[in-house]
Design a protein around this ligand. Structure first.
Ligand SMILES: *[C@@H]1O[C@H](CO)[C@@H](O)[C@H](O)[C@H]1NC(C)=O
Length: 643
């Protein structure tokens, strides 16, 4: 037993030494940069996230040369050159990780490029970035290749072919070698080259990145070797083999012009090429015809199956993208379930909503809703990318908005960061999104739960309406009576909260309240005056009636940014959206027109509604006679007239 153990341990040690020796040159450093700023997070939390991100990526390297992972504020990426074995790749990764830990102990980001691998982490999503500020070429300066006169053009020729081919290859990677001739019959040298793009960029970005990399490295020959390092790609040449013949990629099929062939095989190549071209065009023609007929077939049934655009995700993939729905990946909770952030295989970040649906009726609803909503394309509506209905829970996959929701900008931790202009853009965007849902989509979709926390902001602070978990669908020209209260206190139109009368004007009401929040920076449900228990809407009316509407303006706004008359018009629009009877509220398309015209379209002043005391027990919806405080308002509110 002991002897076996001894032999085993010797074997392991020898293996480790061999591995160390083999991967050593791969850890030759080309570029290293720690971010100038340290993490803003608590250091121990940051380190814990850092460790999680990197150990997650290390695990992924056991089945590929590329990995991304992130925990909260640590977005990570690692890539090995494909000629490395898994063991060498992991060894290169470990060396790089140790160096980053040593050299950039508290930095909120760093990148390190070795000959064999590339490691990077940042506090933000950088996955589509293709260039660094400090990207450059690194030449092997201490040695010149033999026969420099022939070597230089040979390198240039091969690199040109290589960078043309690599973006067209699915793995975004190619290794090639070519002999260098000096007029004579025997080769005087060999050039070895490798090109690689990170996996989450587009083909054209890969192309752009490699073209730049080529310029960076172009000045290196006739020096014996050189590498070009950048965020999105890697390029290397050498007169010494750094990969084996087995690793060579056949790039000839991707290279036009045939500069790759030498004199003798030229004619053969030419004939072969011609045949190939002929064959290809025949195939292409055939393929086109085939596709045309397929398309026609599909066209016939497209009126029924509107599932184009919706991607069916694999439950397992989403589970691992969100690290098994772990707390660290959780970004919010909605009425219908929790929302997680996840990185899917192509490096895109998505929001995954886990729905707590149980009954088969709800499952059917879910599927029809996904079909419908995945066809909603509007710049102000959060895109539903797809779903997974096969696993134990239903999952919806949406695009991810780094900036989070509007409420945090109004009265949350980002309070005071929105300018007047940005606020006006947000208001207009929401109005456009709602107008689309109500009037331009082929069925009328009522959101039912308009509120600031359901408005997400993209990188340019443009709004995206989110959370259709509660949306129920209405056929056009038909209003519904529903018994199910699905709104949020303070945003919900009284006729819906009290009587369950649902129309798209319920959203118009919610929109009006959101506008008041955007202008005032106050939460609609906060009681402005404790004794009067005034809601934001009541408070606004009081100010408006007394001509003091300017007191409503958010004090964090710079008063020179806005015009008081203009602000008054926006307030009037908000008040009209919330007025009663329901039929007097404008359609969202009218709101858009008024907003675009700066409110200068002829406007009648809004009608003040009778107010309902919105107390907490409003959600038992049979409350018409039970709550004494609303009885005054009932007469007005019941005059609901539909569309
Ligand atoms: C992170 O990993 C390093 C190295 O394994 C370890 O020394 C450190 O204690 C870890 N830190 C946290 C917070 O997990």
């Amino acid at each position: 037993m002991r002897r076996i153990l001894l032999i085993c341990s010797i074997f392991v040690t020898v293996l480790m030494i061999m591995q160390g020796a083999r991967s050593d040159p791969q850890a030759e450093e080309l570029l290293r940069q720690c971010s100038n700023s340290n993490t803003t997070n608590d250091l121990s939390i940051f380190l814990s996230n850092f460790n999680k991100t990197f150990s997650d990526m290390r695990k992924q390297l056991s089945n590929g040369h590329f990995a991304t992972a992130y925990y909260t504020d640590v977005f990570g990426l690692v890539q090995c050159r494909n000629y490395l074995s898994i063991a060498d790749c992991v060894a290169c990764f470990d060396a790089g990780l140790a160096q980053i830990r040593r050299d950039c102990p508290q930095a909120d980001g760093a990148h390190l490029i070795y000959q064999g691998c590339f490691l990077r982490y940042e506090a933000r999503n950088f996955y589509k970035q293709i260039s660094f500020e400090d990207s450059s070429g690194v030449c092997i300066n201490n040695r010149t290749a033999s026969e420099p006169a022939a070597f230089k053009p040979a390198v240039e020729e091969l690199l040109t072919d290589l960078i043309a081919a690599t973006p067209k290859i699915k793995s975004f990677y190619a290794a090639s070698k070519r002999q260098v001739f000096d007029g004579g019959p025997t080769a005087i040298a060999t050039v070895y080259v490798v090109a690689q793009c990170v996996q989450n960029i587009s083909q054209s970005d890969c192309d752009t990145c490699l073209s730049r990399a080529y310029i960076n490295v172009q000045t290196c020959p006739p020096q014996a070797g050189g590498s070009s390092v950048d965020a999105g790609c890697f390029l290397r040449y050498s007169d010494t083999a750094f990969f084996t013949d087995n690793d060579v990629t056949d790039i000839t099929q991707y290279v036009e012009g045939g500069s790759s062939t030498k004199k003798t095989p030229l004619i053969a190549g030419l004939i072969g090429g011609l045949c190939l071209v002929l064959l290809m065009s025949v195939l292409l023609l055939w393929y086109r015809l085939l596709r045309k007929s397929k398309k026609a077939e599909r066209g016939d049934i497209s009126g029924v199956t509107k599932l184009q655009g919706a991607v069916m995700y694999n439950y397992k993939d989403l589970k691992s993208a969100t690290n098994n729905f772990s707390l660290e990946y959780k970004v919010g909770e909605g009425g219908f379930g929790d929302v997680y952030k996840g990185i899917i295989a192509n490096g895109n970040i998505v929001a995954v909503k886990k729905l707590a649906v149980v009954t088969s009726k709800e499952k059917t609803d879910f599927e029809s809703e996904v079909r419908l909503i995945s066809n909603v394309h509007h710049r102000n509506i959060l895109r539903l990318l797809g779903c997974s209905g096969k696993g134990p829970v239903q999952l919806l996959v949406y695009e991810f908005m780094e900036n989070g929701s509007l409420d945090t900008f109004l009265y949350g931790d980002k309070r005071g960061t929105l300018s007047w202009k940005q606020r006006m853009d947000i208001i207009l965007g929401i109005a456009r999104g709602l107008a689309y849902l109500h009037e331009q989509f082929h069925v009328c979709i009522i959101h039912r739960d308009m509120k600031s926390s359901n408005i997400l902001l993209d990188d340019d602070l443009q709004p995206k309406i989110a959370d259709f978990g509660l949306a129920r669908l209405l056929p056009k020209d038909q209003s519904h009576l529903t018994t199910r209260f699905a709104g949020t206190l303070g945003y919900t139109a009284p006729e819906y909260a009290i009587h369950g009368h649902l129309s798209e004007k319920v959203d118009t009401y919610g929109f009006g309240i959101v506008v008041l929040e955007i202008i005032s920076g106050r939460r609609c449900s906060d009681m402005i005056n404790e004794h009067l228990t005034e809601s934001l809407l009541q408070y606004t009316w009081k100010l408006y009636d007394n001509g003091k509407h300017f007191e409503l303006m958010d004090e964090t706004l710079d008063p020179t940014e806005y015009n008081v008359d203009n602000a008054k018009k926006i307030i009037e629009i908000a008040l009209k959206c919330t007025q009663s009877p329901v039929s007097s509220r404008p359609a969202m398309s009218e709101v858009v027109v008024q907003l675009v015209n700066d409110g200068s379209v002829e406007q009648r002043p809004p009608n003040k509604p009778k107010f309902v005391q919105m107390t907490k027990n409003i959600d038992d919806d049979s409350s018409t006679s039970t709550a004494p405080s609303i009885s005054n308002a009932t007469a007005t509110l019941t005059k609901f007239t539909g569309r």
